[in-house]
Design a protein around this ligand. Structure first.
Ligand code: ATP
Ligand code: MG
Length: 405
C-alpha cells in the first residue's frame, strides 16, 4: 500500500492546557531530529493531531523511527485520495485486503468536516462498509472491538483513509520537562533510570565518573555504549566524563574505610551538581533503588544528599531488581550492563561500608581532604562528547583485537 502520510495522535500532552503548544512544538522538533535523513517528509501539526506528509518516503521506515518517541499515543499510516465515491470505496477495499487475515472482523468509522460532500458520515460508514464486505469474501462486520477499524475522514481538501493503529511510546516529549544530569555508571540501574526520565519528558546528559588506571578503557566504552542505547528516544546525548582517580585515592588515604563510600558519593554528587549548573540543568537523575546496597539506605541517602538542594530524581527507587531488569531487557541495556568491567565504585569498595553513616562523622572526616581543590581539578579534567545512535564503542575495539590475534 502506498501511504501518503502518517497521522500521529498525541499522548498525555493534550491535557496540558496552556503548555500544549509548547509540548506540540517540542514533539515536532524531536520527530524532525529523528527523521533527519528523510528530508522530503514535512510535518504539519494542529491542536489534536500531527501529520507527517511523506512525499514519497517509505512509510514503514518512518514508522520505525516513531515507535520510541515519547509523547506519541498512537499513529496510523494514511492514504490521501481524491474526494470521489468510487475512489474512496476502492481504496478502502485495497487497504483492508492488504492487512486482513482469515476470520478478522472490521468496522468503518468516519468523520466529515466537508459538509458539502455528497455522503454524510452515516452514508460513508454504510457505503464503505458495504464495499469492503462485498470486496473481501469472508470478512465480517463487528461494531464493538473489531480487529480492523477503517477510519475515513472527508475534509475540504481531500479524503483520508487508514486502517492500522500502532501504539506509540506514550510519555511526554523529551525536552518538554527541562534538562537533567543522569549519573550513568556501567550498571543495570542507571540506564533504566535515564530511560524513565526521558519518558517523562526530561532531556538528559550523561555524567560518568572514571578512575584510570584502576578502571579500564572498556568500562568507559561500556558506559558510552549504554548511552547509545538511549539515543533512539532523543537523537544525540552529551556524554560527560569526569576524572575521579585523584579523589578516590585521596579519600582512601585520608578517611577510615567505613566512610569511603559515603564521602565518595558526596564528591560525585557535588561534581554532578556543578556540571548541572554550568550546563543549565534543573535536576540530577540516578539509578538508586532503596536498600539495594549500602549507599542506597535512607540513612546513606540523607548523608550523601546533604551536599545539595538540587532535586535528585530516582526513577527506580521503589523498584525491585527484577522489575528494573525487566525494563533493562526491554530497552536492550541488560546484556551490555552485565558485562564484567570494573567501575570506579567496585574498585574502591570498602570491606564494610556504613549503612547508617552519621553526618557529623562525615563532616569530620571530610575535613581531612581538600574538597575544594580536588573538585576544581576534577572539573578541569572533564570531557564532553556527543554520543549518536550510530556510535559503537566496545564491540569496535573487540573486533580490532580479534583481528590482531
Ligand atoms: P547501577 O546499576 O546504575 O550501577 P548500582 O546498583 O550498581 O547502580 P551503585 O553502584 O551504588 O548502584 O550506584 C548508584 C547510582 O550512583 C547509580 O545508579 C548511578 O546513578 C550513580 N553512579 C554510580 N557509579 C557511577 C559512576 N561511575 N559514574 C556515574 N554515576 C555513577
Ligand atoms: Mg554500579
Amino acid at each position: 500500500m502506498k501511504y501518503t502520510e502518517i497521522m500521529i495522535r498525541y499522548g498525555e500532552l493534550s491535557t496540558k492546557g496552556k503548555n500544549r503548544k509548547l509540548f506540540i512544538s517540542q514533539l515536532a522538533h524531536i520527530i524532525k531530529k529523528s527523521l533527519h535523513e528523510f528530508e522530503e517528509v514535512k510535518i504539519q501539526s494542529d491542536r489534536d493531531r500531527m501529520h507527517l506528509i511523506l512525499n514519497g518516503a517509505d512509510a514503514q521506515e518512518v514508522m520505525k523511527r516513531l515507535t520510541p518517541i515519547f509523547g506519541i499515543q498512537s499513529f496510523s499510516p494514511v492514504i490521501r485520495i481524491e474526494k470521489n465515491e468510487d475512489i474512496i470505496r476502492q481504496t478502502a477495499i485495497d487497504m483492508v485486503k492488504d492487512i486482513w487475515q482469515e476470520g478478522q472482523t472490521f468496522k468503518v468509522q468516519s468523520r466529515r468536516s466537508d459538509k458539502k460532500f455528497v455522503w454524510d458520515s452515516n452514508d460513508i460508514n454504510r457505503e464503505v462498509g458495504e464495499a469492503i464486505f462485498e470486496g473481501i469474501p469472508g470478512i465480517t462486520v463487528k461494531m464493538v472491538q473489531p480487529d480492523i477499524r477503517v477510519e475515513v475522514e472527508v475534509r475540504e481538501e481531500a479524503a483520508y483513509l487508514s486502517c492500522l493503529t500502532i501504539y506509540g511510546a506514550a510519555g511526554l516529549p523529551v525536552g518538554s520537562s527541562g534538562k537533567g544530569m543522569l549519573m550513568l555508571s556501567g550498571g543495570i540501574d542507571s540506564p533504566v533510570a535515564g530511560y524513565l526520565a526521558l519518558k517523562r519528558g526530561m532531556e538528559i546528559e550523561a555524567v560518568h565518573f572514571y578512575s584510570p588506571p584502576y578502571t579500564s578503557e572498556k568500562a568507559l566504552q561500556k558506559a558510552k555504549d549504554l548511552t547509545v542505547k538511549l539515543t533512539p528516544y532523543v537523537g544525540g546525548i552529551q556524554f560527560i566524563t569526569v576524572p575521579f582517580t585523584e579523589i578516590q585515592e585521596e579519600i582512601k588515604r585520608s578517611v577510615p574505610s567505613s566512610y569511603w563510600m559515603t564521602i565518595t558519593r558526596r564528591f560525585m554528587l557535588r561534581l554532578t551538581d556543578l556540571i548541572r549548573e554550568q550546563r543549565h540543568g534543573l535536576a540530577i537523575v540516578n539509578g538508586e533503588s532503596l536498600g539495594q546496597v549500602a549507599s542506597q539506605t535512607m540513612h546513606s541517602m540523607l548523608a550523601i544528599n546533604e551536599v545539595t538542594t538540587t532535586p535528585i530524581i530516582r526513577p527506580v527507587i521503589t523498584m525491585d531488581k527484577s522489575e528494573i531488569i525487566e525494563i533493562a531487557e526491554k530497552i536492550d541495556t541488560f546484556e551490555l550492563a552485565i558485562q564484567p568491567f570494573e567501575d570506579c565504585c567496585t574498585i574502591f569498595a570498602p570491606p564494610e561500608p556504613k549503612t547508617k553513616p552519621k553526618l557529623d562523622k562525615v563532616l569530620h572526616y571530610e575535613e581531612r581532604v581538600d574538597v575544594e581543590a580536588l573538585i576544581k581539578r576534577a572539573m578541569a579534567g572533564i570531557k564532553i562528547e556527543e554520543i549518536k545512535s550510530s556510535d559503537v564503542f566496545l564491540n569496535e575495539t573487540t573486533d580490532e583485537m580479534d583481528e590482531l590475534f
